[in-house]
Design a protein. Sequence first.
Length: 319
Amino acid sequence: MRAIWVVVLLAGCQSEQVFPEVAQARQGVLGGAPAPDAGNVVAVRVTPALGDIALCTGFLVSPNLVMTARHCVSEISGTGCATETVGSAQYQAYVPAAPVAAARFSVTQALDVGAPGTFLDVSAVHVPALADGGVFCGNDVALLELSRLAAGAPLPLRIDAPVVGEGYTAVGYGQDGADPTTPGVRRQRSGGTVTMLGPVRSTAGKLVVSEQDFVVSEGPCGGDSGGPALDGQGLVIGVMSRGNPNVCTNMIYTQVAPHRAWVKDVVVAAAARAGIAVVPWVAAELPPPDAGAPDAGAADAGSVDAGTADAGAGDAGLP
């Protein structure tokens, strides 16, 4: 494992914070330009707010499914990416609570969240069933099932992991560094690079980036949580997860490649419920119908569906 020389503020004690990019939004896609044509990237509104989270970013993976970050739909407790002792410090792994009620979420494809427009209701929240006691890092993903179809071309998820040194484009609704008082405008910025793949430890030895995460040079920040990192072909390689909002560098994305099978299962099931065709990027990888393809009855196998109930999320007590 490599050590990251800039301490990534993730959690817990003294000067560290839990998910500060959403707990105290400061800046968004730094230097990003408005993205009026990127309607497949949406704003996710949380009402009432989930702790300090009232606005996240998401993106269409199907006409009725928006992918976003798990911490946008669940309270998170814990102080690190692993339960471990580092020197004299003890850390408890981040663990997500059950998702809150689907009725608390709505999404818009508007360029500016504050402009008149239509918000689409969410009928269900889907999250992957987590192994290893529900460890959060590397699994900061969720799917919002919409009550009606959204326009725009869904974004395909890339099959393979990102590569150190490759470029990417960040898209999100976070605040712009040029005007930190105005969040909620969709912006994008190209020219960033993937700098590290997990696992990565801080200079003190704490695990801060899991093996299913990656680190980028610059781009996203507060309010961009849940937004996509796009490769040069327009394929999604990551979902914006966490980092230090004061500098907005060395930000951490969750890789999408390890979650593709789960996403495809939810896409197929949600398409069946809506009576629509499965999106091409998923349909191209499905087995023939007689080979046991997923159906709505087996929907979301290996996932937890919040439905419309507030499934006991409670107060996870973030430090």
